[in-house]
Design a protein. Sequence first.
Length: 149
Amino acid sequence: MSAASETPEVIGLASDHAGAQLKAVLIGELERLGYHPLDLGTAPGAAVDYPDMADRLATALADGRCRRGVLVCGTGIGISIAANRHRHVRAGLCHDVTGARLCREHNDANVLALGERLTGAEVAKDCLAAFLSTGFAGGRHAPRVAKLG
Ligand code: RB5
């Protein structure tokens, strides 16, 4: 979590139409936790293609606008597949707090992926908090993560 005296960490978020409502909830939660959400779209309404939204976050990570991010689609599956085609992205699709913690500890995930149609808002908020507050464990996990890059 960002300390009050520090500049809030920017967290990028992107979703397709099926994830826009949960994204809005998570933006509010990020503000409550003291982060600076960077909403990369989409707004609720017209259908958009989840690969395009994953690409938006991948670009924001690559150009340094954020170091970590959140992706949401209906299931979280399509948008995490799309995100992980970028070599600098390690997106963990999570359905519970344990997964959100372990994708940080073991995989050094820089993106949390969620499915609005599968994961309720309260669980999603808990996943977000675990993702943000957990560090990479390093050690035996470091050479494995290095092989992903
Ligand atoms: C959109 O209807 C839906 O297919 C998309 O949000 C996602 O669930 C795909 O994996």
